[in-house]
Design a protein around this ligand. Structure first.
Ligand SMILES: [Zn+2]
Length: 120
């Protein structure tokens, strides 16, 4: 990794300049900045991966007219996800079956997060 090469270069320079505390301190400051930059690069890479993943998901959304859920075109199980939660920050909350009355079979589905309800 680039940071390791920078760190090794700075360590070598520190060895050469060990009798000059001001220059050693300068190099240590540069090393600290390089470490901060490395951390920021890692954070940005992670964010970029998440954005790519979300964009990939968005391209596969299947909307169903008059239904409160979405599915994804690459999902062979066609799991229903809450459209409200999807629109609110691209959260993927699967819908669960429920019945309107005790003892009756579950004919509808609802979101366990926002309680959005829909016909299947
Ligand atoms: Zn929801």
């Amino acid at each position: 990794m680039a940071y390791d090469k920078i760190k090794n270069g700075i360590s070598a320079a520190i060895m050469l300049l060990k009798n000059n505390p001001e220059q050693v301190q300068s190099l240590l400051n540069v090393q600290s900045m390089a470490l901060d930059m490395q951390a920021e690069i890692m954070t940005l890479r992670l964010e970029n991966e998440q954005l790519k993943s979300t964009k990939d998901r968005e391209a596969k959304v299947v909307r169903h007219r008059y239904k409160g859920f979405i599915t994804f075109s690459d999902d062979k199980h066609e799991i229903e996800y809450c459209v409200v939660c999807w629109e609110d920050g691209r959260k993927m909350i699967s819908m669960v079956p429920f019945s309107d009355a005790v003892g009756s079979p579950p004919r509808r589905i609802k979101c366990s997060s926002c309680n959005n309800r829909s016909e299947k």
